[in-house]
Design a protein around this ligand. Structure first.
Ligand SMILES: C[S@@+](CC[C@H](N)C(=O)[O-])C[C@H]1O[C@@H](n2cnc3c(N)ncnc32)[C@H](O)[C@@H]1O
Length: 234
């Protein structure tokens, strides 16, 4: 897979010491920082009308394990109410973005500079033959209907994951995992060449760090205010 991406710069130091750090074990801080520094903002996953809780949970888990931070859910055929199923299954470590239509989601992602790569049983290209864009949004479709025709038309590229058996498709979370295994190590190798482990913007990392360090604390907002944290919500 050829690459069009460019990343510059060394890993930045955190903007400040988080006031809560004094109450948190150094090993936990190290773990949070390690995961944050490995997060990818340049690879994201898009789910078109996927609401089955088992598939949702498997997909979220897979994305989190690969280091993706932002996940996008399109609910066009199914009511937005099904999004609560998705939200329940979503892990606390990833950000969920919801859309009511395919066009709306694609527009939002393209506005952020993403190239839309669609996994599609009707495609003829394979992932390896496609260039790896600077920002890749990987789309998977519904277990019954697959990818919509609208998504096919809006895609920048479509690919098929080769199969040699009798079954007609991979489970969607498996298709997602195979795709991420094709994309993420490649992106990580590019980052490693620049001395980096991830590419999430610093403002996003800092906001997540504050949130993740608070997990397990009772009323961290009050503690922050009591300690005079200038970023604490008044
Ligand atoms: C279970 S499959 C959908 C099968 C559906 N009956 C169809 O005809 O598309 C769910 C999703 O996983 C992805 N997928 C599964 N197997 C794939 C493959 N071999 N190549 C590309 N994408 C695949 C596609 O995004 C697909 O929409």
């Amino acid at each position: 897979m050829a690459s069009e991406s460019t990343f510059a710069g060394e890993p930045q130091p955190w903007p400040a010491v988080d006031i809560l750090e004094q109450y948190i074990a150094p090993s936990r801080i190290q773990r949070v920082d390690g995961v944050l520094r490995s997060r990818l903002g340049s690879v994201t996953a898009v789910f078109e009308d996927i609401f089955d809780p088992h598939n949702v949970a498997a997909c979220v888990r897979t994305c989190e394990a690969f280091g993706l931070q932002d996940l996008h859910w399109i609910f066009s055929k199914h009511s937005m109410r099904t999004s609560s199923t998705v939200a329940k299954s979503a892990d606390q470590w990833v950000n969920m973005h919801r859309y009511t239509g395919t066009a709306q989601a694609v527009r939002a992602l393209k506005d952020q500079g993403f190239t839309i790569l669609v996994s599609d049983l009707q495609a003829s290209d394979t992932l390896e033959t496609l260039p790896l864009p600077a920002k890749a949004a990987i789309v998977v479709g519904n277990a019954h209907d697959g990818i919509s025709d609208e998504m096919r038309q809006l895609a920048d590229a479509r690919y098929i994951l080769p199969m040699w058996g009798f079954v007609q498709s991979f489970n969607l979370s498996v298709a997602l995992a195979l795709t991420l295994q094709g994309v993420v190590p490649r992106r990580r190798a590019e980052l490693a060449a620049l001395g980096r482990t991830g590419d999430l913007p610093m403002d996003q990392m800092w906001a997540l760090r504050r949130k993740w360090l608070e997990f397990g604390m009772t009323r961290p907002d009050l503690i922050r205010r009591e300690l005079g944290d200038s970023e604490a919500i008044p």
